[in-house]
Write a protein that binds this ligand. Sequence first.
Ligand SMILES: [Cu+2]
Length: 137
Amino acid sequence: MKTIRPVLIFLVITLCALSINAGEMQEVYTAAVDADGVQRIEIFGGGYFFKPSHIIVKKDIPVELIVRKDPGIVPHSFVISSPEAGMDIKESMSSEQKIIRFVPVKAGKYPFYCDKKLLFFKGHRDRGMEGTIEVTE
Ligand SMILES: [Cu+2]
């Protein structure tokens, strides 16, 4: 028991640290509805992430995603391939803001990602450039 205890304490601390880290990486952003009835969310993308990476929007209310990427030369895109939920989007990102408009029509969790890939290298999505858009009733 005397030797097990420090190990247990170490494990607990490690697990806590890990869960805090995971929480930070999955930054959740819940959209507010603006006075004009639109849910606006700014999304920033870069190598290889989206921030925030988990956004929550309400069903049947128009959404405007204001997307922008870092100023580097690496191209990035913003893709949601969920036409069944009213989201069929494929936009190349720029360091200038771009507005993507849609109305989510079905509750659920849908992936968004960057579909860029250089030659035989791993695609950006595989490197972590993806997130979740969660549509709630
Ligand atoms: Cu990318």
